[in-house]
Design a protein around this ligand. Structure first.
Ligand code: OAD
Length: 244
């Protein structure tokens, strides 16, 4: 990776009044959380998302899908944030009010690393919601069914993550798009750039005048939008790129 691209990226980050940081599964890969699309190790290489990450799949196989998310929760509980998560948290703390962190990840590792006000576009594994509940559903008083269900209406508890075909949380998306509009720099870390609307944020930021920096050891769909591509792992790159 040529040093001049990295030093240019560092200059842009230091001069930025507003920075949008967009992360994907790659930022958690070095913590041991599988990505989605990496050839052999990715979740979608081993499981069919249509069977596990849609409302239809949950209705058809609620126990199977619930157990799969319990498995993922267990996997994340067993790992810790890595140097990339920590570098982002330190950078944001040292530049108060100028950094917006938007993640596609549902693992909560940014928050564990100390990042605050993280915008979670795809929800969070450790929160639950109801599958079309009656409004009086109480997660503390559920039936002993598997998955748990509401004692009043029988609605199923579900992981509060965004499934395919579902809209993103509106406030989170609005805040992320606003951050793209005002950003001077958009730092994109560890995403294939294939899933919209998240993958549209760097292009939106660029159209509004921002410099786009991509960090990914592999080519990604966002490289063409980038002003600087740093083909390295997040854990190697970010501690240097965001060094104080
Ligand atoms: P992907 O699995 O599609 O892409 C992960 C990216 O991280 C790939 O481009 C890898 O090359 C890169 N990568 C792998 N190891 C890395 C490392 N150590 N450092 C930096 N980058 C690394 O994951 P996402 O782009 O996050 O959506 O996927 C987007 C969405 O698709 C997810 O949020 C999920 C999935 O379906 C929902 O669940 C709604």
């Amino acid at each position: 990776m040529d040093a001049s691209t990295e030093s240019l990226a560092r200059q842009w980050l230091r001069a930025a009044r507003h920075t949008l940081i967009l992360t994907g599964a790659g930022v958690s890969a070095e913590s041991g959380v599988p990505t989605f699309r990496d050839a052999l190790t990715g979740l979608w290489a081993r499981f069919d998302p249509e069977d596990l990450a849609t409302e239809a799949a949950y209705r058809e196989h609620p126990g199977l899908v619930w157990d799969w998310y319990e498995m993922r929760r267990g996997m994340v509980r067993a790992v810790a944030p890595n140097p990339a998560h920590l570098a982002i948290a330190r950078w944001a703390a040292a530049h108060p009010g100028t950094v917006t962190l938007v993640t596609q990840n549902v693992d909560g590792l940014h928050q564990q690393a100390g990042s605050e006000h993280v915008i979670e576009l795809h929800g969070n594994l450790f929160r639950n919601s109801w599958l079309h509940g009656c409004g009086r559903c109480d997660a503390h008083r559920t039936d002993t069914t598997h998955p748990p269900s509401c004692t009043a209406c029988g609605a199923l508890l579900r992981p509060a993550v965004v499934w395919f075909g579902e809209d993103l949380p509106r406030v989170a998306l609005y805040r992320a798009q606003h951050a793209a509009e005002i950003a001077d720099v958009c730092l994109v870390v560890g995403t294939s750039g294939l899933v919209y609307p998240a993958a549209g944020l760097p292009g939106q930021a660029k159209a509004a005048g921002a410099k786009v920096i991509v960090v990914n050891p592999q080519p990604s769909a966002l490289d063409a939008t980038a002003d600087a591509v740093l083909q390295m792992s997040a854990g190697d790159c970010l501690p240097r790129l965001l060094a104080m």
